[in-house]
Design a protein around this ligand. Sequence first.
Ligand code: NAD
Ligand code: WQD
Length: 335
Amino acid sequence: MAVLVTGGAGYIGTHTLVELSAAGYESVVLDNLSNSCETALERVMEITGDNYKFYKGDIADREIYKRIFEENDIDACIHFAGLKSVAESVSFPLHYFQNNIIGSLILVEELFKRNVKKLIFSSSATVYGEPAFVPITEDCPKGEIPSPYGKTKSMIEEMLMDIAKADREFSCALLRYFNPIGAHESGRIGEDPNDIPNNLMPYITQVAVGRLPRLRVFGDDYDTRDGSGVRDYIHVTDLADGHVKALQNMKKGVSVYNLGTGNGTSVLEMVKAFQEANGVDVPYYITDRRPGDVGECYCSAAKAEKELGWKATRDINKMCEDAWNWQKNNPNGYR
Ligand code: NAD
Ligand code: WQD
């Protein structure tokens, strides 16, 4: 029995392949490499010593599933494949709806044709919009979602919920990630954005390694401890482990879980933590708020702990060390 991992060559996918191997699962990867490369998969194989069957193709390509299912005994799917840039999605909404929503729809149809009815879906804290309360629990109402990217996540969630209502055999876990950062402790795999990073940690590491001059801190006038934005950063290996725990605890119907640490860290605290953990300088300046940002976003991960037996164990110091270990050993990412 194998797990089909869509988007398995990407940042979270590669780290999840490592944890799946450690837990004894066989994985088969489907990825079109639109935001990743084969080197990442080679590095995963180097870490785990396992071989993964890799299908280079699009989740919307119905033909590729014929080969995948003929050649493998797939029992469940972890669905990471999707485009994830908030800013890009504002400029190219159609592309995001096509890739993420239509792609997911076709994937689920093809799985159902073969009676594969266990699915784990990568959702996001972005579905909460401006959170009604913090710490955010899974029953926090969804807010106004500012980007087409975020809307794709919410719409796919809704679609999967309706499918589960109609088919009682469907087991589906919606994992709402908070802010994944860091890298595998080997320093061989990590986050490798194509362009100038949008997200905080890759921006910090690229400043530290000299690829970018200074970090812009977006706003110091939020109603937070020091005025900068607060997020729930989670080590990508803890997040990956959350997928293994979700897979081991699949139950019929849709289950929603927040995957975060439950702790909020501000931008300025993160800069300080990174400098202290690694003894490197991160020059920064304060600038205006970034449109669409919320002041504070952190979760209660109590439900995942109770139902999945999962809890994030790596602290901010470890996240900073591992992010830097990856960046300094791979100053140009996988290139
Ligand atoms: P990533 O871009 O590194 O990985 C996504 C992978 O999917 C890439 O390898 C890409 O080539 C592949 N892909 C994209 N569209 C595809 C398609 N149509 N067919 C086949 N492959 C396709 O991103 P990531 O950070 O690893 O994120 C994984 C998932 O988690 C995404 O769905 C993302 O939206 C979601 N997510 C990410 C974050 C985050 O901060 N990184 C937070 C919440 C949710
Ligand atoms: C974190 C904090 C910024 C960059 C995004 C998506 C979300 C999810 C995770 C996929 C904020 C501040 C950032 C910089 C800064 N992705 N910041 N300077 O916005 O919480 O979430 O990634 O689902 O959907 O929206 O993450 O890392 O961009 O920002 O000051 O150069 O860092 O303002 O307070 P965010 P982020």
